[in-house]
Write a protein that binds this ligand. Sequence first.
Ligand code: NAI
Length: 218
Amino acid sequence: MEKQISKAVISRLPRYYRYLGELLEEGVERISSNELSQRMRVTASQIRQDLNNFGGFGQQGYGYNVKYLYTEIAKILGIDRQHNLIIIGAGNLGQAIANYANFEKRGFVIKGMFDINPRLIGLVVRGIEIRGVDDLERFIVENQISIAALTIPKTKAPEIADRVIKAGVKGIWNFAHVDLNVPDGVVVENVHLSESLMRLSYRVCSMQDKGNEEKRPS
Ligand code: NAI
């Protein structure tokens, strides 16, 4: 049976993948954990620990084979295969996602966009037609859609999530500010820019508070 990899390690893999991709572009064939550590600004022991989870990538005195590691991480992340994706909600955010061509490089193919606004239905964004939600289920089945991005208001998200799940979607990329209840066998990845911004705000404020304390005469 395959070893269970911790969520923390999985969450770091995309970053390894990005750095290894850059190394490949630079023509680097192998790299030691120390060199990778300097580039990525994480400790070499963290890198060794993380990558040891998958076994056999590093060799004593040789380092890591960049191409091999890159390919193996892609397999682990499941980006060595194609994922068909739809976007529901073709407003500002939905269109911004559709306009970002780089997802395709990672195997995420946007097959369709959906909206309820008649003024948007029929428009084409980067070659992708915006459709009404009436034929949502049929489209999902016919196009083997595995992922749905929800860029709709939070009040609408639970109902749409139920519909896409019933039609066979396995992953919800949820941008709506609501927690979705999904059955076993379906996963949700929430992306909330405002939460990220709040974490940044916390860090900026604690830095300022610390600075003020240091300036204060004792
Ligand atoms: P928007 O108003 O430009 O687009 C929303 C679109 O959803 C509209 O075109 C609307 O017609 C459509 N829609 C509404 N109900 C629908 C349904 N039942 N089925 C299909 N389409 C439907 O809004 P925007 O700026 O694109 O934001 C979309 C959502 O994403 C909002 O809920 C917003 O709060 C959220 N958001 C989340 C962010 C994040 O970081 N997670 C960042 C920005 C926005």
